[in-house]
Design a protein around this ligand. Sequence first.
Ligand SMILES: [Zn+2]
Length: 387
Amino acid sequence: MQRRADVPRLGSLGPSARAVVRALLLAGPLSRAELARRLERSPASITKITQPLLATGLITEDAAPLGESRGRPGAPLVLDAARHRFIGVKVTSDEVYAVRTDAAGLVEATGHRALADVEQDTVVAQILDLVNELGRSVDIQAIGVGVAGQMSRFDDTVRGNVYLGWDDVPLGPILEEATGIPTVLSGDARALTAGVQWAGAGRGTSDFAVVTVGVGVGLGIVLGDTVLAGPTGRAGMLGHHRVSDSGPSCPRGHRGCASAFLTTAAITHGIGVPLGRSDVDLPTALALADAGDAVALRVFADAGHALGVLVAQLVNILGLPAVILAGDGLDMLAHARPAMEAAISEHLDPHATPPSVTPFSSGFDEWARGAAVVACQWMLVDPPGRP
Ligand SMILES: [Zn+2]
């Protein structure tokens, strides 16, 4: 593909140009009139903002239909997303996943590495190995890393990650120093949500939540086309929300919290202990339920109930029309779905509109893609090195 060296990097643009690029990535192609409406600017100001972007080739006019001349006011504008590359990384306690994407979140290449342990040096070495592999001979504008923990939307430090046992680890600066590439960290559920919004099932939807189940319980919220972070940057703590007055306790000792029912460990423990088995993993648990095992069926029903309560309460509070379910524990729905649906009906406010609830099956590459989208959004919302 022809490559123009003079196309500016997204993080070098001024605030108005970044707003145009964000709108085009979120909903493009868009006409100048539609951009003016979305950004609450005058058509003249949109023309002024977009003219230099067109001149450098950063944005182009969408191919005009036959017989129409270019440059007409209604011609939709598009961002040439393929000219901007990002790397997204998802770190679990077993493996590191990485993808290279364009600015629209389209995945161009993937890679993963097993982790021998979760020591800082081990994890950093595997991330750097993947960045070298995926970023070789390509201009990478930013790296995004998604990990579990209490990070703000665009953070530089791993905070409170119980799976790696990491707290206050300055992973962003460590990676930046080694790669020379700006690096941003984000909570993994919020990163996944950014990918779903930009390039996945949430595209074209302004308001939705993503609830993830697996090793933990995670939440990402999109309100008015923006991934919600809240005043502290950490909005969306759902994992220890109380869903029942009874039931098992989570590792933190909360009786009846969401994690006590919904995490993969809660499910496998809940089935394995009464059966006197220590070999129950999620596939085994599902097979037991398939075979009609009463303990397994009850544990999955309890998990479904917990998930339904969470979904209903999210919708009650935020009025969300759509909830997307994701995560590597999602297979539970095969047995948990009826109880989930019953709990949604039971706990939804009588005046609330029932949401669409959609499962979104994905591997960890999808989480890595979300981290790449966070890196792109970082450049377009709050790029480093700009006042
Ligand atoms: Zn808890």
